[in-house]
Design a protein around this ligand. Structure first.
Ligand code: ADP
Length: 480
């Protein structure tokens, strides 16, 4: 079979469950498993952050010392190997002082652009050392976006990569990796390349732009987002650049890891259940109400919201009016910008019987919220794909989302309806749809059950989308 020998180096700043801050981690922890099932030989490369639980994942040192040239000097890395849980997919962790003892993101813009450009070159160097000659380097988001340029410049003379093609996946245009021109020297890029010259006109280098223009194909994480970003209103300043690549731009819908997110086997929740035993779900609701000190009432509609707390996510639509006027309880889990954290904590104080806001990142609590909620709220301003609405469906929680990006691609009100949508980004639009959802919940239980069942029956796996990625790999490999 033709795909048997296809080799893919998959570069990502996040890989669940080793290190995750959002959806990028979920994708990098799941798509390679689906690719492997299609006979793709995929190796994942990620930084070895201090937060990776070495006791749990037991990474083995496989390269003791390897030189990566950067900024005129030589840096030493070592490389560790582990596997994605419940799979044979190998993960190579790049160990260097940039990542030792550190979280995924440090918040320091200069530091992060340097450490991720270093990671990208280190991963390519490790490929060579390992004798893994990739047909495709599949770079994820701005962190790995320089891969294509690095292959075309500093590694251009290296016959090892002469046939390698690059795919760049945009997970979110909101974060582009913008930095001063000194990165050109630091990452040893060729300043005379047309892309770099065009990008550096105002003095800055934008990693995302480099990835979009220099890669053989560009993908993004839902068909709707792939169309939206070609327009000024969703292009985050890059719509013009993206239009130049329109023929090589593919929107491939994310899946979720249906083995890792499964209410039938999830050990983090109080009561396991499935489509056939859906009535047991309420045990989880009672457990969560108890845990968080909310009034215990299995009939009360429980609304979940789990999110990075940033502008994109529409946190301000969860306002006092919504809480006051809705006959339900809200459980919110998130971390991010202080203003949103404060807004939610204030609401929780004002409505102690109705709302809990847990500020932090907590994988187990997230699963408990998916398992106990009836409605799952995703009021995003824009959403490249969104995974929380899909995870919610898997757990029989009905998504109520804004009709944008991947949310609009996955949630339907008609034909096998699985949730609720509102269009306009406004409190009124959300409130109206919210009341509509509550009416169905309280007054039409059969219809509600159908929504839950339809969501749980969706094929949310990576199977179909992984095949689409393979088609893109094969297409670029045919190009001269
Ligand atoms: P994004 O990538 O923009 O953050 P997605 O919907 O694609 O949004 O993915 C979010 C992922 O991160 C989901 O798996 C969600 O459960 C998880 N997540 C987000 N915030 C938290 C949190 N505070 N605690 C635990 N998990 C979280």
């Amino acid at each position: 079979m033709k795909t048997r020998s296809l080799r893919v180096a998959f570069l990502s700043a996040e890989v669940a469950p080793l290190a995750k801050a959002g959806g990028l981690g979920d994708v990098a922890g799941a798509l390679p498993k689906a690719l492997e099932k299609l006979n793709i030989a995929v190796l994942i490369f990620m930084p070895f952050y201090g937060i990776v639980d070495a006791k749990k994942y037991k990474p083995k040192k496989i390269i003791g010392s390897l030189t990566v040239a950067i900024d005129g000097g030589d840096e030493k890395i070592s490389v560790y190997e582990t596997k994605l849980p419940a799979s044979g997919v190998r993960v190579y962790l790049i160990k260097h002082k940039f990542f030792d003892g550190q979280d995924i993101y440090t918040g320091g813009r200069v530091h992060d652009v340097r450490r991720f450009s270093f990671f990208t070159q280190a991963a390519l160097t490790a490929c060579h050392e390992l004798g893994f000659q990739p047909d495709i380097v599949h770079a994820q988001d701005w962190h790995a976006a320089l891969a294509a340029q690095m292959l075309k410049t500093r590694n251009a003379a290296d016959a090892f990569f002469s046939k390698t093609k690059t795919i760049y996946t945009i997970h979110n245009l909101a974060n582009q990796g913008i930095t001063g021109p000194e990165i050109i020297g630091y990452a040893k890029l060729n300043p005379n390349l047309p892309v770099i010259r065009a990008d550096a006109r105002n003095g800055d280098i934008n990693f995302m732009v480099q990835g979009i223009l220099a890669s053989d194909a560009v993908t993004t994480v839902s068909p709707r987002y792939a169309k939206e970003i070609l327009h000024h209103y969703q292009g985050a300043g890059l719509d013009n650049i993206l239009r130049q690549r329109r023929r090589d731009l593919y929107g491939i819908l994310n899946g979720i890891d249906v083995d890792a997110y499964n209410p039938k086997t999830d050990t983090a929740i109080a009561q396991r259940y499935s489509l056939a035993t859906l009535q047991k779900k309420e045990v989880n609701k009672i457990a969560l109400q108890k845990k968080l000190g909310l009034p215990i009432d299995k009939k009360k509609c429980l609304v979940g919201f789990i999110s990075r707390l940033v502008w994109q996510k529409g946190v301000e639509l969860i306002d006092d009016d919504l809480i006051k006027n809705s006959n339900c309880q809200f459980v919110i889990l998130g971390t991010g910008q202080k203003e949103y954290e404060n807004q939610l904590q204030k609401l929780a104080k004002k409505h102690p019987d109705k709302l809990r806001a847990v500020i932090g990142f907590d994988e187990n609590l997230a699963r408990q919220i998916y398992a106990s909620s009836d409605i799952f709220l995703v009021p995003s301003r824009f959403e490249p794909c969104g995974l929380t609405q899909m995870i919610a469906m898997r757990y029989g929680s009905v998504p109520l989302v804004r009709a944008t990006g991947g949310l609009a691609d996955t949630v339907r009100e008609r034909r096998k309806a699985n949730g609720f949508l509102f269009k306009e980004f406004s409190s009124q639009a959300l409130h109206k749809t919210f009341q509509r959802a509550l009416d169905v919940y309280y007054q039409k239980p059969k219809k509600w059950l159908k929504l839950q069942e339809n969501g749980m029956k969706e094929d949310l796996s990576w199977k179909k989308s992984a095949k689409e990625y393979v088609r893109v790999y094969e297409k670029v490999l045919k190009q001269a």
